[in-house]
Ligand binder design. Structure first.
Ligand code: SF4
Length: 236
């Protein structure tokens, strides 16, 4: 199937706004991933961030990422407009119910689609209830996240809840690179695993296979260098 260019679709939509500032409900997984997305979108939208990530494995990690999210939204000089951040209560049972039966699947497969679906549904429900014009997620900025799948699920979710999906692929146009710059500039906490306990175990198993310190960890969401291809030498 031919891949759609969601970055191009976003650019066309922005060009048609003609100075209007629609309201956007933006699901955010963490501060590093949201940094570039907020920088890119605050010139065009009035944005409310939805921090809802029940996939995260511990309450401490959840709170830490939420605090970083709030800190960036409050401090970032790069933002063209104030950003409100809504932090949902930590509800890991919602993720475990969605992931049931898929616990042992590798990252990047059906468990992740269910995880995307869960988080996008939360954002869409909030957007519909609050009368927002669009909803979206920061997730596509990660080189480890499937933008085609995210946009497909975004459209399905939009139809289900009656609110428009903002097409996007934020890793394009050097979005991921810019997020690494902003993360360094703001001294952000940069987690080294996607979020769920299964991704943490997968990371640990990979590191063990790659013989410890020389291994380059793979990260699902955070601002980290992508893993080397299979068979590649680990960095010295
Ligand atoms: S690896 Fe990441 S996207 Fe996949 S299920 Fe775990 S937290 Fe969700």
């Amino acid at each position: 199937m031919e891949h759609e260019n969601y970055q191009r679709q976003l650019e066309l939509l922005l060009a048609r706004l003609g100075g209007r500032r629609p309201r956007l409900l933006l699901h955010a997984c963490c501060a590093p991933c949201s940094s570039y997305v907020l920088e890119a979108l605050t010139p065009y939208f009035d944005i409310t961030v939805d921090y809802y990530n029940p996939n995260i494995d511990t309450a401490e990690e959840y709170a830490h990422r939420a605090a970083e999210m709030r800190r960036f939204a409050a401090q970032a000089a790069e933002l063209s407009a104030p950003v409100e951040v809504l932090v949902a209560p930590y509800a890991p049972e919602e993720f475990y119910a969605a992931a049931r039966g898929m616990e042992n699947l590798p990252e990047g497969g059906a468990r992740c689609w269910a995880c995307y679906r869960l988080r996008l549904a939360h954002a869409a429900q909030l957007a519909a209830a609050g009368g927002y014009d669009y909803f979206c997620t920061t997730l596509s900025i990660s080189p480890h996240k499937n933008a085609q799948k995210l946009n497909e699920i975004g459209r399905e979710t939009a139809a289900r809840y009656g609110v428009a999906w903002l097409p996007s692929d934020f890793k394009k146009k050097d979005g991921f690179k810019r997020s690494t710059q902003l993360s360094a500039e703001y001294g952000m906490y940069r987690q080294d695993y996607c979020g769920c306990v299964f991704s943490k175990r997968e990371l640990a198993a990979r590191a063990a296979r790659q013989a410890g310190a020389s291994a380059v960890p793979r990260a699902g969401c955070p601002v980290q260098e992508p893993a080397p291809p299979a068979g590649a030498r680990a960095k010295p």
